[in-house]
Design a protein around this ligand. Structure first.
Ligand SMILES: *[C@@H]1O[C@H](CO)[C@@H](O)[C@H](O)[C@H]1NC(C)=O
Length: 184
């Protein structure tokens, strides 16, 4: 994206954000309406008690990325348990082991994004939120190649992609509303 375009988007977003009262609800909708699954996004944020007192995109970004970290760590543990279970088809295990490795990378990417958002490095954080979905996609491909159709894991991967979309959205808002001078 050209820097003129970024400037225009930044000004546009500033106007949009300033013209609306920054109630958590309108802010949430502004974030969630542009994600892959708006309903999932709203429900996820509303399930966190900190959301109701969050006053800006930065606070919501930290909450969203923290929930993404927790969720991907949970999915990683779940796949690990499946990979060691006696009830799991032995031929699926190499693929599941690979998925555990991919999910370590997913969790690490969300963690990096979270720390970068705290440091104001929004562009890098945006990259990391997108990378998280790529790693989840690698897991998906490995399972498909092994013909391992495991619904609970597919659901977990889908949720990771929704979290990535939330992370993409919040970091894009933060990044494009930064003053152009700090975007060399
Ligand atoms: C978000 O989407 C809902 C449902 O489509 C709509 O009612 C609401 O006005 C939208 N909010 C914003 C801020 O775009």
């Amino acid at each position: 994206m050209g820097s003129l375009m970024k400037t225009i988007i930044a000004i546009f977003l500033l106007l949009v954000l300033q013209s609306e009262p920054a109630t958590p609800q309108s802010l949430l909708e502004d974030i969630c309406n542009h994600t892959k699954n708006p309903k999932f996004c709203l429900t996820t944020f509303q399930s966190d008690p900190r959301t109701s007192s969050a006053k800006d995109v930065l606070s919501l970004a930290k909450i969203g990325l923290e929930l993404a970290m927790k969720d991907s760590a949970k999915t990683q543990r779940y796949i690990h348990v499946l990979s060691t279970s006696k009830r799991t088809e032995p031929i699926f295990k190499p693929a599941l082991n690979e998925c555990v490795e991919e999910y370590k990378r997913v969790a690490a990417s969300f963690r990096s994004a979270y720390l970068e958002v705290k440091d104001g490095e929004y562009e890098t954080a945006n990259y990391d939120t997108l990378t998280a979905a790529d790693y989840a996609g690698n897991c998906e491909k490995v399972l498909a190649n092994a013909k391992a159709h495991i619904q609970s894991v597919s659901d977990g991967i889908q949720v990771t992609k929704y979290f990535s979309s939330i992370g993409d959205r919040v970091t894009t808002i933060l990044w494009t509303s930064q003053p152009p001078a700090s975007n060399p």
